[in-house]
Write a protein that binds this ligand. Sequence first.
Ligand code: TYM
Length: 332
Amino acid sequence: MKKKVILSGSTVTGDLTLGNYIGAMNNWKKLSKDYNCHYFLADLHALTTAQDPKKLQERIFSFFAQYLALGLDPEENTIFVQSHIHEHAELAWILTCLTPMGNLNRMTQFKEKSQHTSNINAGLFSYPVLMAADILLYSADLVPVGEDQRQHMELCRDIVVFFENRYGEGILKMPEAYIGKQGARVMSLQDPKKKMSKSDENEKNFVSILDTPKKIEKKIKSAQTDSDTVVSFDSENKTGLANLLTIYSVLSEKPIDDIVKDYEGRMYGHLKVDLAELVVETLTPIQSAYADYMKNKDYLEELMRKGAVKARVRAQETLKNVYKATGLVPRS
Ligand code: TYM
């Protein structure tokens, strides 16, 4: 039987965080065996905020190495860089011409982002259309993402309907979001009402997967909790503690109830010390694999090239069918 297709990616800004790892990449790795997985670096999406060209290029290599270090096997999966497949931008344009402004205006991530920047460019506004193109180009069945991408996924599904209404069915595949039951929204360490984000200006709010053990300990020990002392899970009233328990549970693969029992009669501080240790234990092998990959840029470039060759096959096929359906002449 043909394996179902999975596609997901991350925008190349900052370094991947514990939030990305728990909400997305941890699932990516698990899905690799049973699905035909495509994981890419969304570098075109990164351009929606101002980027220093030299740093962006370095970060693309660093992100690629981070994906590999997380255990994504380039033989088993198709791992590639978005801008290396020009079909993403082409399909995005066609879909942009089908997407009403009103639908894009409702995107909460656009509203949030545009509140914090003076650079409200058209790319930032149409960001979710490019994301839809990423997904539809590979006829993905499933898209493993964190909770924050749910609205973008719904828009992607709406775009399929807009396309079908204009050009007919059977050309674009209707994708489904795959959102994990636990850890789909890891919260900021200092402000647990908002999500942990790699582009947060305050680095105390997130743990980067490349943070040193010392930094990790410091950040987790100083994570905001409440003035109570009993360890219990209450995501409404004890958001900070609930966030730490969730991270603990996902990384240790232990149910939250069991963890709560383990800390009966013990203080928050004990939990924080143990959690910091667990995070360091999880990230140390990833960091050492990362350091090895970063020593060999030529190898990374070679893998990028191979990934693009693999990815292009599916992308070209979809774009050819879209061109035919829309009345454009497919490139021979
Ligand atoms: P990005 O780079 O913000 O995040 C990458 C993945 O990590 C998830 N995530 C989180 N999960 C749990 N808790 C958090 N605090 C947290 N922060 C981030 C995100 O939900 C995401 O799954 N627009 C996307 C990139 C993208 C994409 C795509 C994804 C572009 N095209 C096509 C899937 C399919 C983004 O910026 O993710």
